[in-house]
Design a protein around this ligand. Structure first.
Ligand SMILES: [Zn+2]
Ligand SMILES: [Zn+2]
Length: 124
């Protein structure tokens, strides 16, 4: 499969997915479409798209590294029971970090924040 066509395919998959996907998830979706690139090829392409800011990393506790379409800065609420994932937008987040890091001699470049717990349905 040509590289550009592969990129298109991956863009389509991420546009259609409401939740972050791991390399294993993508491998499964591509198999259903009768496409069989190997894991390394997928991983390389995803990293390339992440560097180009098409995608962003998501760090799962249980499933490892995931990817999702880049959009408004947000975090995640992840259910430990059913693995439902909800976006979390923190109001005045920059102010919060300014307060946290105010006295530290450290220049933050990126951060990841995923909160694990139980969704409404699972906590009943
Ligand atoms: Zn943030
Ligand atoms: Zn749940």
């Amino acid at each position: 499969m040509k590289n550009t066509k592969f990129t298109q395919e991956l863009r389509g998959i991420f546009a259609a997915s409401a939740k972050p996907l791991t390399v294993a998830d993508i491998l499964g979706i591509l198999r259903l479409k009768k496409l069989r690139p190997n894991k390394t090829t997928i991983y390389r392409q995803l990293e390339k798209m992440t560097r180009a800011k098409d995608l962003e990393h998501v760090h799962f506790e249980s499933r490892g590294l995931g990817y999702e379409k880049a959009r408004e800065h947000h975090h995640h609420l992840i259910c430990n029971s059913c693995e439902k994932i909800e976006d979390l937008v923190i109001k005045d987040e920059q102010k919060m970090f300014d307060r946290l890091l105010g006295r530290k001699e450290f220049k933050a470049q990126e951060h990841h924040l995923e909160i694990f717990g139980l969704c409404m349905a699972c906590s009943r």
